[in-house]
Each structure stands twice: as structure tokens, then as C-alpha cells.
Design a protein around this ligand. Structure first.
Ligand code: ATP
Ligand code: MG
Length: 747
């Protein structure tokens, strides 16, 4: 009785129904912040504590690793540590990886198969291009990699494809070769994980039976963003006996560009006709100002199932809107606000800066560094995918497994050892001809006359270096091995020589890597990861290497720090203070979505996701002049700003141009409603009018003056003979000039 009470007491009636349902198939369909994830957590606890299912029966899927960790912690808090072990909670990638490790033999994979990320994938494809004499300028390896992934997401092997045009015929061949190489050497890319797991279950009845017997409870969060192969995997895994609960929100479907399909929610309901559908309508996350704004925005979308969301948590503050003079001003404003919040007692980690594109993070990163605030970037420059981190891990891999060609490639001439491409091509050819690893091919070549003296000595020195490091570090635990190796291999020295802050931060990341390895080692030293069917054990090192491949999506640092991430990776999370930045046409919504109504709806869903991350304070920012990709841009304010109800917005005082490098944070001065409304309307109008000017003197246009030289038009006013332009000259600063008198040349 006690348990029942504590598991259910913080839930409303609908949530309780979902948690306790005895229906085999349940869909919880509800808007942001309505407690869907909370329902899943409590349901897992309920199944174990109240229904006496074994924790081993739980197979729960989250969208990110961060969400998986959070879910695990919440469940632990409810059911206790001891009870918890044996549950499978993770992302589709994490869980299928685990399944494939357990049953690698049945999945026809070598037991030490290696995960490869998109960069590795592209490198491999480039090599195949080379073999096929495909012109890299004409054909994009990146596009090809994306194509292969999309085929896998639809469950298609190269043989299953029906190519539509010559390009696809080409991609099909590359796909075939790419997969053959991966299978031969044991590389598994991210989409392969899921397809391979699906095939494993489809083709191997023992494994399927094992799963059916074990996983009697399948629970999936963020179901609106599953793709076809994930959906099939779920169905396969569920069989006919498992209890399945899926939760989702069609308004938060933001991954269709990666093959996700919100229709899977409907498909599920059709496929399992006796599905119980539970709707949750109370939002527990946000104030009503924030929630109302989100609801009004998303109502602009045509294509939605539609739902109501309300909250009783009070109006809260209005949404702040800030227009910076330029992107530096925008970033300084945001950081100033965060500082202020922190001084008022908020943690840094309660503040999130959300942006549409990863490139936008740099300026915030720089500004945070200057201000000396701790921060953490999720998703974008993935910690374990940073160049220096990958390099150090490649050394570790090669040290333990000479046959790892990917690791060999990454390390052989980094730092430079005078081993050139001609030499390496010979090594690759020998490896191919004799079916050897690159390492063994080197050994073989060194014995023959096929190399020049220089080539031979280059390669031998590398092999000897690795052997000597091996001797040196062998008795040490692997995190110490990593530390010693970074020094002995020349990696440290290489980065010490890299000028400026970049080299420094690379060295810091290497230190961070060693400490992450140490932490992992101590946490897992005594946990042998063993499967009781296959009897297979993973060493701590193997688990660590697998961890670094999978966790690359988001690393959790303990320090209290400002959170930076794309809007996409913010899904499912919540923060007291949210800053959505760069609200400009062409950025958010993204340029490529502007002309396509379906894509525009997805952008709007993304805005909905962003806004609904905020619990208490939401700040939206944009700027007038932005330097992006090396160009100065003047964008119109985002249409989403105009779609938000003006009475919920509060314009933060507009300061115009910053001249002083000293930055003072702005006060959120309260302004009245009409002023806000006027502000947005005026701004939109003036931008549009200005851009429509037809005499060529438009914003952003480059001009030349006979005395002041080249500059860019940044503003203008007046008409006819009186029309003036404001020009930012490259050398002469900003000046107002009357067009008629100035004798300007349009460039
Ligand atoms: P999203 O769609 O963004 O993933 P969600 O529907 O999964 O949101 P949760 O993250 O589960 O929502 O819940 C949002 C917040 O509301 C959390 O802080 C959660 O703890 C809280 N919450 C949910 N239900 C209740 C409740 N019945 N009482 C109090 N707080 C609740
Ligand atoms: Mg959620």
C-alpha cells in the first residue's frame, strides 16, 4: 500500500491511468511538459514493484543518452539501486549496440566490432570513390553517406534498392562495397546498429525467443521521432505477448529530415487495434505566458492531431525579446542575463542557450570564455568526436588491437612522421592483395624490397614506437595507459606546438579524456558485463571504447555550467531559463525550409519544442547585422516572432550600436503593450520596405566611395534627393552620406 501511494501520489488521474493500465498496448499522446516521460518512469517502477515483473523484463527507449541517464536516475530514486539492475534503458542505438554485442556471432559480426561515426564513414567512402575512380569534386562522399544511412533507415540493403537515376545506381555500387568492407573488418555505423539488430531478430529464432521471454515490457519515449526501421524493430521485439507503452507528441516531431515519421504514432494505433489512447492535458513545466505563446504558435500548423494544454502554475514573467545591433551584442546580452540570474541565485545549469545551427554556438562559446563562465556544449562538437580525443582513442585502440585499420590510419602519420600517401597506398594495396591488416601489411612490406629506404624506415619507426609504448604501459590500467601514451606518442607535443587558445583547449580535452577514462574505470572495475546466455564478457577497456563511440552524442559533465545545444538536442529537457537565439529569417526558420510548407511546419514544431523547454523565463533574441560563414548578413526578424502573441512579449531596451568593448548587461525594462506591438510591426515593416527599395542602395550592398574606399550599406533614410545611406567603411568607420552628393559606386 505504501509503495502504491508514493508511486501514484504525484500524478494526476490520467497519468495514474497510464501508469497502472492493464491494457497490453497503450499510447500516451500529449503535449510538451504534460508528464509523458514522468509517466514512463513511474510505470516502470509500478511494473516492478506492484506487478512484480523482474527488472530484467524492462526495455525502455529514450531519445538521447542524457535522457537515458536521467530516466535511470529517476527510476533508481523510486525503486532503489538494488532493484534497478538488469533493466535495459537507453537510446535505440545504445540498446541495439548492446544486443549486437551479446549476440555478435549470430549477427555475423566479429566480437570486437567497432562503431564508426559519420566522419569515419565519409573517409571510408572517399577511399571507395578512389578505388572506383569516382571524381570527388563531382560526387559528394557526404551525400553518399547520408544516402546509405537513409536506405538503412528504411530497412534496405544495397540489393533491395531499386535505383531511380544514374546517381542512385552509383550510390548503390558504393553502398555495396562500403558494406562489404564494414562486414569484413567489423565496422558498424549508427544506422547499421538498428538494421542489423532488426535482421538479427528476424533471422535468428533463438535470439528472438530470448528477447520475447525476457523483455515483457517495452516502453518508448518520443515515439513521434522513430523511423521505419525502428518501428519495425519495436514490433519484432514486442511479438505478441509483450506489454508496449509508447508516448509521444506529434507537435514535437522534428527529425523527419532523418527519416523519422510522426505517422508511426497512427500506424501503431492501426497495427494494434485494441490500443488504449490516453491524453494528458495539464502542463506542469511552464508558466502560462510561455505555454500560451507556444500553443498559439503551434496552432498555425495545419497538419496536426490537435490537443489542449493548460497550466495552473500562474502567469509568470512575459517573454523577453532582445534585438542586438550585431551578433556580438546579442551574445553579450545573453551572457549578461545569465550572469544576472546567477547572481540572483540560479544555477548556471538552469540556463540554456538554444540555437538552430551548431555554427551559431561559437560566438556564445567565445563570449562565455571571455566572461569566465563555465559552459557545456551538447551535441555539436561532441566531446568524443573532437579531433584530439579521437586521435588519443585511436592510439589506445591500435595499442590493443594491431589489426584495427581505422586506428592505424588515424595514427600512422599524426603527428607527422614523414610517412606519405605514396607509402600508405602501397601498404593498403599489400593489405588488400594479401588480405592482411594494415599493420601486418607494413610488417610484410618492411621485409621486401618494395619500399625505398626512407619509406621503410618511416614505417619501422612507427611500428617500433607502438611496440615500445606497449611495453611501457602494459602493466597499467587503461586510463594510465592513455595518459602515458598521449605523451610518448608525440600527440601532446604536437598540440603544445599548436598556437593560441586552440592548442590549449585540445590539451585540456585530453586531460578531460584521461579523467573520464579513470572515472569509467573505477565505476566499472568490478562490474563484469557478462551475458548469461552467450557467456561473453566485455573487458572494462572494451566497454569504455564502446561507451566513447556511443556517448559521443552527449557527455555529461558534473560541473555546474551553462548549457548550450541545438534546438533539436533540447528535446525532452527543461530549464528554468531558456534563451532561444538567432530568431531571424534564414536562420530560424532555416533558409531551405522557407519555400516548402511541410518543412516550414517542422521548423514551427522546432520553435514549439524550444519555447516549451522553458520553465520560468524565456528570452528570444536576434540581431540586425550578423557575421556568419564569413559574410555579413542582415536578416529579417523570424516570422515566428510575429506569430507570437504580442501581449506575452516584453521588448528589452534596444541600445543600438555598441562601440565600447565594455559590456554592461541590460536591465529588463518593462515596456507597455502597445510599444511591444509597435516595435515588432515597425521593425518588420521597415526591414521589408528597406529591402524592397529598387534603386540598388539596399541593406548589405557593398559600395565604393572615392575617398573613403569600400564599405557596406547598413542603414538609410529619406527619399529622392534627400535619401541618405549609412555606410560602414572598411577603413573609415561608419558614415552617413547623401546619395545624390556622395558619388558612390555600387559594387
Ligand atoms: P516533453 O514533451 O517536453 O518531453 P513530457 O510530457 O515528457 O515533456 P515531463 O518531462 O515528464 O513532460 O514533465 C514535465 C515536468 O513536469 C517535469 O518537471 C515533471 O517532473 C513535472 N510533472 C509532471 N507531472 C507532474 C505532476 N503530476 N505533478 C507535478 N509535477 C509533474
Ligand atoms: Mg518527455
Amino acid at each position: 500500500m505504501e509503495i502504491k501511494k508514493s508511486l501514484l501520489e504525484d500524478l494526476n488521474n490520467e497519468q495514474q491511468n497510464a501508469v497502472t493500465t492493464d491494457n497490453q498496448y497503450t499510447v500516451v499522446l500529449a503535449g510538451a511538459g504534460s508528464g509523458k516521460t514522468r509517466v514512463l518512469v513511474h510505470r516502470i517502477a509500478w511494473l516492478c514493484m506492484e506487478k512484480h515483473y523482474s527488472p530484467q523484463s524492462i526495455f525502455a527507449v529514450t531519445f538521447t543518452n542524457k535522457a537515458a541517464v536521467e530516466m535511470q536516475e529517476r527510476i533508481k530514486a523510486l525503486v532503489g539501486e538494488g532493484y534497478f539492475s538488469g533493466m535495459w534503458i537507453g537510446t535505440f542505438h545504445g540498446l541495439t549496440h548492446r544486443l549486437l554485442r551479446m549476440f555478435s556471432q549470430q549477427a555475423r559480426l566479429p566480437s570486437n566490432f567497432q562503431l564508426i561515426d559519420s566522419e569515419d564513414q565519409i573517409r571510408l567512402i572517399k577511399r571507395i570513390f578512389k578505388e572506383h575512380k569516382v571524381d570527388e569534386k563531382q560526387w559528394s562522399a557526404k551525400e553518399c553517406a547520408a544516402f546509405i544511412s537513409s536506405q538503412k533507415e528504411m530497412g534496405l540493403r544495397a540489393n533491395d534498392m531499386s535505383p531511380q537515376d544514374p546517381k542512385q545506381v552509383m550510390w548503390q555500387t558504393i553502398y555495396q562495397d562500403y558494406q562489404a568492407i564494414c562486414d569484413r573488418v567489423g565496422y558498424v555505423d549508427f544506422s547499421e546498429l538498428i538494421l542489423r539488430a532488426y535482421e538479427l531478430l528476424s533471422q535468428n529464432s533463438d535470439v528472438l525467443n530470448y528477447c520475447h521471454q525476457r523483455f515483457s515490457n517495452i516502453l518508448i519515449d518520443e515515439f513521434q521521432d522513430t523511423n521505419l526501421i525502428q518501428y519495425r524493430l519495436v514490433k519484432k521485439l514486442a511479438g505478441i505477448t509483450a506489454n508496449v507503452m509508447i508516448v509521444g507528441d506529434d507537435d514535437q516531431s522534428i527529425y523527419s529530415w532523418r527519416g523519422a515519421n510522426a505517422d508511426n504514432l497512427q500506424l501503431f494505433i492501426n497495427d494494434y487495434p485494441d490500443t488504449e489512447i490516453i491524453r494528458l492535458e495539464q502542463n506542469y513545466r511552464s508558466t502560462s505566458n510561455i505555454l500560451d505563446a507556444a500553443n498559439i504558435l503551434i496552432a498555425k500548423n495545419q497538419n496536426r492531431l490537435g490537443k489542449n494544454l493548460w497550466t495552473d502554475s500562474g502567469e509568470g514573467e512575459k517573454i523577453s525579446l532582445y534585438v542586438g545591433f550585431n551578433d556580438i551584442d546579442e551574445a553579450r546580452f545573453v551572457i549578461g542575463q545569465i550572469k544576472k540570474r546567477h547572481e540572483e541565485g540560479d544555477k548556471y545549469s538552469s540556463c540554456a542557450i538554444l540555437y538552430r545551427n551548431n555554427v551559431q554556438s561559437r560566438i556564445f562559446e567565445d563570449t562565455l570564455l571571455q566572461a569566465g563562465l563555465p559552459y557545456q556544449i551538447y551535441g555539436s562538437i561532441r566531446f568524443y568526436e573532437r579531433q584530439e580525443v579521437k586521435l588519443a582513442l585511436a592510439y589506445l585502440r591500435l595499442l590493443h588491437d594491431h589489426s584495427n585499420d581505422m586506428a592505424f590510419d588515424a595514427t600512422v602519420n599524426t603527428p607527422t612522421r614523414g610517412i606519405g600517401n605514396v607509402t600508405l597506398d602501397k601498404v593498403r594495396l599489400t593489405a588488400k592483395q594479401h588480405n592482411l591488416s594494415l599493420w601486418d601489411a607494413c610488417l610484410m612490406l618492411i621485409q621486401t624490397n618494395a619500399l625505398t629506404e626512407r619509406q621503410r624506415s618511416g614505417l619501422s619507426r612507427f611500428l617500433e614506437l607502438m611496440e615500445s609504448i606497449h611495453k611501457e604501459v602494459e602493466p597499467l590500467p587503461f586510463y594510465q595507459q592513455l595518459d602515458v601514451m598521449i605523451k610518448l606518442s608525440g600527440v601532446q607535443q604536437m598540440y603544445e606546438q599548436e598556437p593560441g587558445i586552440k592548442g590549449q583547449s585540445r590539451l585540456e580535452n585530453l586531460e578531460e579524456l584521461v579523467s573520464a577514462a579513470e572515472q569509467f574505470y573505477h565505476n566499472n572495475e568490478n562490474t563484469v558485463i557478462q551475458d548469461n546466455i552467450t557467456g561473453k564478457t566485455l573487458t572494462v577497456l572494451e566497454s569504455f571504447l564502446a561507451f566513447t563511440s556511443l556517448e559521443s552524442r552527449d557527455v555529461v559533465k558534473a560541473q555546474d555550467s551553462v548549457q548550450l545545444m541545438t534546438l533539436h538536442s533540447a528535446k525532452g529537457l527543461e530549464f528554468d531559463n531558456v534563451f532561444i537565439v538567432g530568431l531571424e529569417e534564414g536562420i530560424f526558420p532555416a533558409q531551405r525550409s522557407v519555400k516548402d510548407s511541410e518543412r516550414m511546419e517542422e521548423e514551427r514544431r522546432l520553435a514549439y519544442v524550444g519555447i516549451t523547454r522553458a520553465r520560468k523565463h524565456l528570452t528570444l533574441t536576434l540581431c540586425e547585422l550578423r557575421r556568419l560563414y564569413g559574410r555579413d548578413e542582415r536578416n529579417l526578424p523570424s516570422r515566428f516572432l510575429a506569430e507570437l502573441p504580442v501581449e506575452k512579449l516584453n521588448e528589452v531596451s534596444y541600445r543600438g550600436m555598441i562601440t565600447s568593448s565594455e559590456f554592461k548587461s541590460n536591465d529588463l525594462s518593462k515596456k507597455d503593450l502597445s510599444k511591444n506591438e509597435q516595435f515588432i510591426l515597425d521593425r518588420k515593416k521597415s526591414y521589408l520596405e528597406k529591402q524592397r527599395e529598387s534603386d540598388g542602395y539596399i541593406l548589405g550592398r557593398k559600395v565604393k566611395h572615392h575617398r573613403f574606399g569600400e564599405g557596406t550599406i547598413i542603414n538609410f533614410d529619406g527619399e529622392g534627393d534627400h535619401k541618405r545611406v549609412q555606410i560602414a567603411f572598411v577603413d573609415e568607420g561608419v558614415k552617413w552620406l547623401v546619395i545624390k552628393l556622395a558619388n558612390l559606386t555600387l559594387l
